[in-house]
Design a protein around this ligand. Structure first.
Ligand SMILES: Nc1ncnc2c1ncn2[C@@H]1O[C@H](COP(=O)(O)OP(=O)(O)OP(=O)(O)O)[C@@H](O)[C@H]1O
Ligand SMILES: [Mg+2]
Length: 305
């Protein structure tokens, strides 16, 4: 893809100027704190790949939409098999075009079932930490336009501890760690939590145990992990829920449809529904720091560092 560097720089400069004015005006009027109080930003992350993040994120968005919660999925994974593939949707534009100022967010966002919004990722997206202040401001400016139209922003991250994973987890504050009973998935989940806690001062983690045979097995996996974080990190992680191993999930992925849409009564969807209800029943005050205001401030702060 050929990007006109000069045009891109001009666009970034324009945005930067505009945003500086906007920040000043918001601080002056005190409107800043009030404007962003109602969006919860939640990252769905894991140490090991293939544990079910993308499926969980997409289906949770769909189930939250069923509870009248307007939800955007930000695909922050530059790998393959992403949200758009899971949903069988093609999009010509993605985060890359937004960051370059080539497209607005609303031009890049696509609609999925039940009107969920999806901002697709691209293999070309740079590491967030390497973005210029202008590019970050572009993203913030664009996200700003969504403020009144969303209740939740779910971020589907890549697996592991790369800087992009750290970046999106840092910005989100509300972090859901997904693991399976597989020993490597558990040890990698532990390693991810450890890095986020020790290097990035994250204190609150909630866990989903996916692909289990029973609720008891999930509890057992959660106990082992939380005992380890308690013991070695002096950190308690919270239990959010479990999802049973269910062939209907794989079958739906093959059909490029959400399992929650195709098989609303199957065991995995019953588990996902419980999790979505738990999330939406929480009040925002419990997660004040997970709001989109925090997300934006973090992006700006990091660009000043
Ligand atoms: N509860 C489940 N039961 C059966 N299969 C599942 C379940 N959850 C996920 N899967 C399957 O596991 C595979 C990996 O899922 P998914 O792509 O969502 O994982 P991921 O964590 O996003 O992977 P990556 O790290 O590569 O992005 C898919 O084929 C999916 O269908
Ligand atoms: Mg994925």
């Amino acid at each position: 893809m050929i990007v006109d560097q000069a045009a891109m720089l001009r666009e970034i400069k324009k945005k930067e100027k505009h945003l500086n004015n906007q920040e000043g005006a918001l601080v002056a009027t005190g409107a800043y704190a009030m404007r962003h109080h109602d969006i919860r930003v939640i990252s769905v992350t894991s140490g090991k790949g293939g544990v079910g993040k993308t499926n969980i994120t997409a289906n949770l968005a769909y189930l939250l939409a069923g509870q009248k919660k307007r939800t955007l999925v930000l695909d922050a994974d530059a790998g393959l098999a992403n949200i758009d593939v899971v949903l069988g949707i093609n999009s010509p534009y993605n985060l890359y075009h937004v960051l370059n100022g080539e497209k607005t967010l609303s031009e890049a966002i696509i609609s999925g079932p039940r009107g969920i919004k999806i901002l697709p990722s691209a293999s070309g997206i740079p590491e967030m930490a390497e973005l210029s202040r202008g590019q970050k401001l572009t993203l913030i400016d664009e996200l700003n336009t969504l403020n009144d139209s969303l209740d939740f922003m779910l971020i589907d991250t890549s697996a592991g501890i790369s800087s992009n994973v750290m970046y999106f987890n840092m910005a989100a504050k509300e972090i859901i760690v997904v693991t399976t009973p597989e020993p490597t998935a558990m040890t990698d989940a532990y390693a991810l939590i450890k890095v986020l806690y020790q290097r990035h001062a994250k204190r609150r983690f909630r866990m989903i145990v996916n692909m289990v045979k029973s609720a008891n097995e999930a509890r057992e996996i959660y106990s082992r992990l939380s005992n380890a974080t308690d013991h070695f990190l002096n950190l308690t992680i919270e239990y959010l829920g479990y999802i049973v191993l269910d062939d209907k999930v794989r079958e739906s992925v093959r059909q490029q449809k959400l399992v929650a849409e195709l098989h609303p009564e199957c065991p995995a969807v019953k588990c996902l529904t419980k999790i979505s209800e738990k999330i939406s029943a929480e009040t925002l005050e419990e997660y004040e720091n997970g709001s989109i205001k925090f997300f934006w401030e973090n992006i700006i702060d990091k660009s000043r560092a």
